[in-house]
Write a protein that binds this ligand. Structure first.
Ligand code: ATP
Ligand code: LTN
Length: 347
């Protein structure tokens, strides 16, 4: 889309920025669920006044696992509509698609040469994914964290909001940045991972020991699920057989109930003791549908807005185009500096 020769406005240096900068990405590898929404996107939308924010769809990471091209294309656009419908204002946040900013791939190559084989073999995600997709252990799966380091370091962010599972990748990014800086001077800001609070971790409805994940569709509530589907999923949520005092917050002994209370609390702002009082003497037959209703009400405007936006392809394309331009300004500035430092002739 844009290349490194685009004429650019001067970008403030990290020191002169008014706001701290944040950057994160989500792979367009499936539909968004309430774990993504409550654990990530909702918080991102709330942070916009305090931070300068960059969010992108990591489509280049997604092809480390085989994808159906038409599906990936469709999801990349639908996911943008969902981000915006979840409250991420494209005027206030820079929203873009990774493959639209060529600097990501360009910096990734350079950083490959500053990342050790041994470091990459220690990444737990690589170990997990290479045992899960045995028939396709491609080099991209192995160097996935290097592309992620490039995604991050191009934008000189102060913070990178990620889930616990991605913390190791952000730590590797810090190591790569420090290694590069120790050779060439202060080229990269060394970012901090920004792990959202425990309260935002949503577990699967059918397996409350595991995080809610699209790989278990029955225990996973998707943003675009119809109300009757949401109701059915909550009614089938795993709880326990405590009939004396069922709605009680005890994460160890009653993880299923704690998870439902967490979802209810995050959406209503009610504290756990208030929720316990509200459902005192009432069974799961009352509690589960009440949580479902709250989720249905919260998702209704998001669903409606997503459907409206998906029809407006021209608008979404414009958001991506504008996002890619704004992202490229900053990314290309870092890339030019890196190219110069490593000795690429620039004429
Ligand atoms: P999965 O494939 O397991 O459904 P995902 O690929 O949809 O996960 P990720 O790309 O791993 O999600 O994460 C995107 C963002 O959503 C991350 O910031 C992550 O922390 C957050 N997230 C994902 N699942 C949950 C969850 N169950 N609870 C809270 N936050 C979550
Ligand atoms: N690997 C991440 C997605 C991702 C990302 C990033 C997150 C790709 N590049 C840069 C933060 C910063 C994931 O699977 N959740």
């Amino acid at each position: 889309m844009t290349d490194s020769h685009t004429i650019q406005k001067e970008e403030p240096t990290p020191q002169s920025r008014d706001k701290k900068r944040m950057l994160s990405g989500i792979q367009p590898s499936g539909d968004l669920h309430i774990g993504n929404y409550l654990g990530a996107i909702k918080n991102w939308a709330d942070r916009v006044d305090e931070y300068e924010c960059y969010y992108f769809m990591a489509d280049m990471h997604t092809i480390t696992v085989r994808q159906e091209p038409a599906e990936l294309r469709k999801r990349s656009l639908n996911q943008l509509a969902q981000y915006i419908a979840c409250g991420l204002d494209p005027q206030k946040n820079v929203l873009f698609l990774q493959s639209h900013v060529s600097a990501h791939a360009q910096l990734a190559w350079v950083l490959n040469c500053y990342t050790m084989f041994g470091e990459l073999t220690r990444m737990t995600q690589f170990k997990d994914k290479s045992s899960k997709y045995k028939e396709n252990i491609n080099a991209g799966l192995f160097t996935y964290p290097v592309l992620m380091a490039a995604d991050i370091l191009l934008y000189q962010p102060d913070y990178v909001p990620v889930g616990e599972d991605q913390k190791q990748h952000v730590e590797l990014t810090r190591d790569i940045a420090q290694r590069f800086n120790s050779i060439y001077g202060d080229v990269f800001t060394v970012p901090e991972p920004f792990i959202s609070s425990a309260g935002a971790r949503i577990y699967g409805l059918t397996s409350p020991g595991d995080k809610m994940s699209k790989s278990d569709p029955n225990g996973c509530v998707f943003i675009m699920d119809e109300p009757d589907v949401i109701m059915r999923k909550f009614k089938r949520a795993v709880t326990d057989s405590d009939t004396d005092n069922p709605v009680r917050y005890d994460k160890e002994k009653k993880p299923g109930v704690a998870n439902l209370m967490n979802i209810y609390s995050t959406l209503t702002g009610k504290k756990y003791d208030e929720i316990e009082k509200e459902f005192e003497g009432k069974g799961y037959g009352i509690f589960k549908p009440a949580v479902a209703e709250t989720v249905i009400d919260a998702l209704a405007p998001i669903r409606e807005e997503t459907v409206r936006l998906i029809k407006d392809k021209e608008y979404l394309d414009g958001v991506y185009r504008d996002g890619a331009n704004r992202a490229s300004y900053i990314a290309n500035k870092t890339l030019r500096k890196v190219y110069k430092k490593v000795g690429f002739y620039q004429g």
